[in-house]
Design a protein around this ligand. Structure first.
Ligand SMILES: [Zn+2]
Ligand SMILES: [Zn+2]
Length: 75
């Protein structure tokens, strides 16, 4: 989904939601703040598998869908 894009200049595309608590996550800021986690496997399968920091920690950085490892979002 974000393949080949960079956060700069794509501000409209940087808003996602934690799939657990629906908190709004700003990927643009997350690059600096490292407070957003995502599942690369699920994103590849076009699922919106983003997690806020608290829930990523809560899940022990394991994706609840595919049990893959969650990664901190960065560009
Ligand atoms: Zn959350
Ligand atoms: Zn997953």
């Amino acid at each position: 989904m974000f393949k080949g894009t960079s956060a700069a200049g794509h501000k409209g595309w940087t808003r996602v939601y934690c799939v657990i608590c629906n908190a709004e996550l700003d990927l643009f800021k997350a690059v600096d703040e490292k407070n957003v986690y995502y599942c690369p496997n699920c994103i590849k399968n076009k699922a919106e598998a983003y997690f806020c920091e608290a829930h990523a920690r809560n899940l022990h950085y394991r994706c609840p869908y595919c049990r893959g490892e969650l990664k901190p979002y960065y560009v």
